[in-house]
Ligand binder design. Structure first.
Ligand code: CP
Length: 318
């Protein structure tokens, strides 16, 4: 693996899943692998789980880690080509990225979408310029369109918990929120589950919230949440903003929030969410506090997914 931006950068997904499960059993199995290497975690947006799990993962491999909150502590960056920098930006990515690449053996970046112009977000111009100019392997810690470390963890968690000799049925359901959130987690989850190919995925969302087919191809799409929940083994709950018009809030129907009553239709489904979650808005407290919720176990698995990715970049394999 050269970089980790989406599932398409993974050469052998089953092997990467096995690697992560090995690290869960034996966290310091490859402790020598990262000795003498430094990981730079660069944040343009907030994070709790991704930030901490990546640090633990790197240390399990023997790496040094530097966390740089570039949004608060760094010079404001310019990404435009051929611009006259007479505005608020102080430093161009053409200098900033190679400087960071000179300091670090692996660079990781969190950079959310602006949710203003779809084409601009889809271009991944921030992440891709770090890739282009840093000269070192780059890991996405969530970019404008995808959250691959989260989705790798999600598939890992499903694989770990589903013991039956059949394909699990997974429902990804939209949930209400007061803010316009990125599509990254939902896009990425669909992309990883479909690439994994060992589960049946159904996605439920209100009208005007349909995700791009380039991520969802292979999944069943519906506007009926009850249809998605019927017989589901796993229910992944997540809000994302409308796609028509892009990046807006068009639905605030509280009936989309998952309750214990709705879970009756499932196959005793386990409930997933990437976190952070707003209780009793996006997901009911009664579900989060029930035995059906696996959100904490899911978040804990972030370490093993990050460790497998880091090890693969250090090895340049799978
Ligand atoms: N799920 C997730 O990425 O959490 P953080 O935003 O806290 O990193």
């Amino acid at each position: 693996m050269q970089h980790f931006r989406s599932v398409h950068d993974v050469l052998d997904l089953p092997a990467l899943l096995e690697k992560a499960l090995t690290y869960k059993r034996l966290p310091r199995h490859h402790h020598g692998l990262g000795v003498g290497k430094t990981l730079g975690l660069v944040f343009l947006n907030p994070s709790t789980r991704t930030r901490i799990s990546s640090q633990i993962a790197a240390r399990n491999l023997g790496m040094e880690v530097v966390v740089f909150n570039a949004d608060k502590d760094g010079w404001s960056l310019e990404f435009g080509e051929d611009v006259v920098m007479n505005g608020t930006s102080v430093e161009h990515i053409r200098e900033a990225a190679p400087v960071l690449g000179a300091y670090f053996d692996v660079l990781a970046l969190r950079s959310f979408p602006a949710l203003v112009r779809k084409q601009e977000d889809e271009s991944e111009y921030i992440l891709e310029q770090f890739v282009r100019y840093s000269g070192v392997p780059v890991i996405s810690l969530e970019s404008a369109t995808l959250h691959p470390l989260q989705s790798f963890t999600d598939v890992l968690t499903i694989k770990e918990l589903f013991a039956e000799k059949r394909r699990p049925r997974i429902a990804l359901t939209w949930a209400p929120h007061i803010k316009a959130l990125p599509h990254c987690v939902a896009n990425s989850f669909a992309q990883w589950v479909n690439t994994w190919g060992e589960a049946d995925l159904i996605i439920a969302q209100p009208k005007d919230y349909e995700l791009d087919e380039k991520y969802t191809a292979g999944a069943t799409i519906t506007n009926d949440q009850d249809e998605a929940l019927e017989g589901a083994d796993f229910v992944y709950v997540k809000n994302w903003s409308a796609t028509q018009p892009y990046g807006t809030v068009q639905c605030s129907d509280a009936n989309w929030m998952l309750t214990l009553d709705k879970l009756q239709a499932t196959n005793q489904a386990k409930i997933m969410h990437c976190l952070p979650v707003r209780r009793n808005l996006e997901l009911s407290a009664e579900v989060l506090d029930s035995g059906s919720s696996i959100v904490v176990q899911q978040a804990a698995n972030r370490v093993w997914a990050a460790q497998a990715v880091l090890a693969s970049l250090l090895y340049r394999r799978v």
